[in-house]
Write a protein that binds this ligand. Structure first.
Ligand SMILES: *Cc1c(COP(=O)(O)O)cnc(C)c1O
Length: 412
């Protein structure tokens, strides 16, 4: 699908380091919308994070865990056969799929677990949809000896039984959420309820660049390493910056981490890819910039898929990790500023590209990441052979093979 034009806002220089403001706003997006009982916890978290961010000891500790436990740095891989297949731009893949537990989520889980230790909080809660964030959180909790409770919709638990088992193997308690649609949004509500009740002993490890301040900023910062490594690796290999970078956008954490250190490099085109599901019809997709409106959901003001009464719309995507009605507030801001463009990919294209990339490169991508690949292959074909395209491969597809086999009618 083609990238949709953003509303015209003066594209003056963006001082990325001044964002968000003290109230957690990215322009008119973001902020803090929580029950009063959580205000103190968010303020405490903000203060502890601000100190840690500037503390070389914290940063060195985090870097070491990212290396030894998570497997950083990840490769920037030249996808030779995909490049030849498209016949245009040189395609590089940032291999976040090679990280421990299978996706970028471990970057943030490690960072927040270290903060919890600093705050003396020994109990961790998290929400999870497909289970990837739950698995990453369970892993870091096991590593640091922290109690771990993961809220997961009952429907998702059934669909992702393997990830439930993985979390339990690593010592986490997985609590089934039976309210609402019994999926991710309901799991977030339940996690927030737990946090309100147990705020003194408990840290909530939120899994994307979403929610109230300081989460969107903090989660972004923990994923910035993706873009920082990409820049160093590409400069070493090609001696220049890429022409275009593409990432999939659920809540927006892998994308903002990938893009952030390139925001000031105006020659680099940045594109986020949302889930087009079965097409852009009400309830059939999760592309917030295709029909979403400004609203507040689960702590942040941003673009949300909602009906005319403000009720949250049903969403659909073949990939659970992109299936959410709200987008991270920082993405909405950079879209207005015309710094990040957005496109979407639909389920059927994703199924096709999932198989193509597996066959051509020997890499089975996560269905989420495959959205970025769908758009990336279209772009590569349209670009010149002396241009460079980097796609963030946010995770591996092992978790998706059962679902794909089912859709293809293959019995395992
Ligand atoms: C969770 C997940 C996503 C979507 O989350 P973001 O916060 O938008 O990055 C994308 N890719 C993979 C592999 C995931 O597990």
């Amino acid at each position: 699908m083609t990238a949709t034009p953003s509303p015209a806002v003066a594209a003056e220089s963006i001082d990325r380091f001044s964002l968000p403001d003290a109230g957690g706003h990215f322009g008119r997006y973001g902020g803090v919308f929580v029950p009063e009982t959580l205000m103190t916890a968010l303020q405490e978290l903000g203060a502890v994070y601000e100190k840690a961010r500037l503390d070389p000891v914290f940063q060195a500790e985090l870097k070491n865990h990212l290396k030894e436990f998570a497997g950083r740095p990840t490769e920037l891989y030249f996808a030779e056969r995909l490049t030849r297949h498209c016949g245009g731009a040189k395609i590089y893949l940032k291999r976040e799929d090679l990280l421990h537990t299978g996706a970028h989520k471990i970057n943030n889980a490690l960072g927040q677990a270290l903060l919890a230790l600093r705050m003396g909080k020994k109990r961790i809660i998290a929400e999870t949809g497909a289970g990837q964030h739950g698995v990453a959180t369970a892993a870091v909790c096991a590593k640091f000896g922290l109690e771990c409770v993961v809220y997961m919709g009952a429907v998702d638990m059934e669909r992702q039984a393997l990830n439930v088992f993985r979390m339990r193997l690593m010592g986490a308690e997985v609590r089934a959420v039976t309210s609402g649609q019994k999926t991710l949004k309901d799991a977030v509500n339940e996690a927030m309820r737990d946090w309100v009740t147990n705020v003194r002993s408990t840290h909530y490890i939120l899994g994307s660049a979403l929610g109230s301040h300081p989460y969107p900023m903090m989660v972004r910062d923990f994923h910035r390493v993706i873009g920082q490594e990409t820049k160093t690796q590409l400069l070493a290999r090609e001696g220049r910056l890429p022409d275009e970078m593409i990432a999939c956008v659920g809540g927006g954490s892998n994308a903002i981490g990938f893009f952030f250190d390139f925001l000031e490099d105006k020659s680099v085109r940045l594109v986020g890819v949302e889930a087009g599901g079965r097409g852009i019809k009400r309830g059939e997709h999760a592309a917030r910039f295709e029909g979403g409106k400004l609203g507040v959901l689960q702590g942040a003001k941003t673009y949300i898929l909602q009906d005319p009464d403000g009720q949250i719309e049903l969403t659909h995507s073949v990939s659970a990790g992109l299936d959410y009605a709200a987008i991270g507030p920082e993405h909405a801001y950079y879209r207005d500023r015309q710094r990040i463009d957005f496109a979407y990919a639909c389920d059927d294209e994703v199924m096709e590209t999932f198989q193509l990339v597996s066959r051509l490169e020997g890499i089975i991508p996560a269905l989420e990441s495959t959205h970025a690949l769908v758009h990336g292959l279209k772009r590569a074909k349209a670009m010149r052979s002396d241009e460079i395209l980097v796609i963030n491969l946010s995770g591996r597809g092992d978790k998706d093979v059962n679902q794909v086999a089912k859709i293809l009618g293959v019995s395992l």
